[in-house]
Design a binder for this molecule. Structure first.
Ligand code: ADP
Length: 197
């Protein structure tokens, strides 16, 4: 299965992605994580990426697509993977569709984890205290949420029109959330099996 996981920062996407990749036995492709790895390197590319990450802005679409395409070419992605944090806007979604089509495959499901904005800010500020992630300060949190609502949320309509979207209520406890995710995944799996000749 090839699944895209969409959710605003602070929605609990990281926790749920971890559980889902364990459940399905597929690799977890987190572009935030991949970009943080590049940022760590003391290179011109690393410093360039840092300027986007530290401001809470999206890194350039083609660059992110190249990093993802490279990861997708590894053998462990053959049977599927979970995209976490990618695509982040419609342009990236189109790049991903084109790429998947060029290698003879496609997405199976897009999950959207919905949480109201006030709750997100609370959760992110709490996490900032615990993890001291560079981009978890109030200003950057606001910037990342703004990026989500202006650039990422139009993706929901985009994927709904493609018949790929399943929405999950992220305001429940982690086990209930995961229960809903499993239901959506299993429902899509059985649809796919029924369609097989
Ligand atoms: P969160 O979902 O908590 O904001 P991520 O780890 O997914 O965190 O992303 C952290 C940062 O990495 C983003 O704010 C952005 O700067 C960058 N980033 C991650 N994924 C992408 C992407 N697909 N395109 C562009 N930038 C990205």
């Amino acid at each position: 299965m090839r699944i895209v996981f969409i959710g605003p920062p602070g929605a609990g996407k990281g926790t749920q992605c971890k559980r889902l990749v364990e459940f399905l036995g597929i690799p977890h492709l987190s572009t935030g994580e991949m970009l943080r790895q590049v940022k760590k390197q003391d290179t011109a590319l690393g410093r360039w990426i840092a300027s986007y990450l530290d401001a809470g802005q999206l890194a350039p679409d083609h660059l992110v697509m190249r990093i993802v395409a490279h990861r997708l070419s590894k053998p462990d992605c053959k049977e599927g993977c979970l995209f976490d944090g990618f695509p982040r806007n419609v342009a990236q979604a189109e790049l991903l569709n084109d790429h998947l089509r060029s290698v003879g495959t496609q997405l199976d499901l897009v999950l959207d984890l919905a949480v109201v904005e006030e709750e997100l800010i609370d959760r992110l500020l709490r996490r900032a205290k615990i993890e001291s992630r560079m981009d978890d300060n109030y200003e950057t949190i606001k910037a990342r949420l703004k990026v989500f609502y202006t650039q990422t949320s139009p993706l929901l309509e985009y994927y709904r029109n493609l018949g790929l979207l399943a929405q999950v209520d992220g305001m429940q406890g982690p086990d209930q959330v995961f229960g809903q995710i499993k239901q959506a995944v299993l429902a899509r799996m059985s649809e796919r099996l029924e369609k097989r000749p």
